[in-house]
Design a protein around this ligand. Sequence first.
Ligand code: CS2
Ligand code: MG
Length: 402
Amino acid sequence: MKITSARVIVTSPGRNFVTLKVETDEGVSGIGDATLNGRELAVASYLTDHVIPSLIGRDPRMSEDIWHYLYRGAYWRRGPVTMSAIAAVDTALWDIKAKLADLPLYQLLGGKSRDRVLIYGHANGADLEATVDAVGKYIDMGYKAIRAQSGVPGIEKAYGIGRGDMYYEPADARLPTETVWDTPAYLNFVPKLFEKLRDTYGFEPQLLHDVHHRLTPNEAAQLGKSLEPYRLFWMEDCTPAENQEAFRHVRRHTTTPLAVGEVFNTIWDCKQLIEEQLIDYIRATVVHAGGITHLRRIADLAALYQVRTGSHGATDLSPVCMGAALHFDTWVPNFGIQEYMRHTDETDAVFPHDYRFEDGHLIVGETPGHGVTIDEALAAKYPYDPASLPIARLRDGTLWHW
Ligand code: CS2
Ligand code: MG
């Protein structure tokens, strides 16, 4: 059996997505997500110019060997562009493999470890009251876990208050929008938000919060401590994680659970965080961390240290990634939670899929493969629409972490 062709499809049904389609001489094809928000064409070129030519003629069932061929064979290892490209190939090959076996993908990983996948959605509001209302709407929709982000008095464009109600869109302009960040204003405000949320809704809903890398380790430790009475499910990306040791300080000072990893590409980015038990949840996902083959390595390492998974699932990860992630989540023994930001109707129409929302959970489909396809004729109607993620500066102009 051989790969006969592969191509990259760039489409923008509401936002940009990059998809790899791999075809074989047996008529079975598979697709993988390769979307890297704000850097889409770099991955498209990496695939088209460097990866696809080396795939033609290979046996698509040899997904492990192909993974290592692309990872080691490039000589230049790791990085978001490389690893998103490898992920797309890997996801497409698992899709093909499962279709050949006539089984839903989770069966090839080891079968179901659970019937349904706990997800969390994003409740956002321009101010405290609006955020409390937004959380209430998610509770009414059946969500059991809700991430709360709010506008902060004194900060004009706080993180997490994007366009759209049920989906989230931070890439808002051709060149990065400049936002201003004010740590003291934020640290004063966030505990008040969670106090109000617990007063209003009690302790049954699981509440999450994303700091989006904005704090120093000591500020993160302070925030974690001040949020302890409100028992968060997690505090996410509390400080940048390039220096994994930074989390020792945070960990020593708070029992608020810590989640990290949406920008990680490989197991090396999280090795120390996991081995020193500095985090509770690892947020690496299929598309940015080398596909199912590599994410499985990360999850298995995490399992040794009772670290659970909590994969990134923002709107900028396509339904193809979400479909693959749900097969992974349905199998992975040390599952924690899955982020789920919905897609627009236009996106859903371009990527028909068989997973469904029910009672605050997602239920994986039973179609052979990962259960997501692409309507290429419809995709062609939505040309690429360049958009960048914002940047953040401190009040004095210092470039900060967005
Ligand atoms: C966020 C992301 O979902 C999250 O937790 O941190 O929405 C992130 O801002 C985007 O994926 C960036 O493209
Ligand atoms: Mg995040």
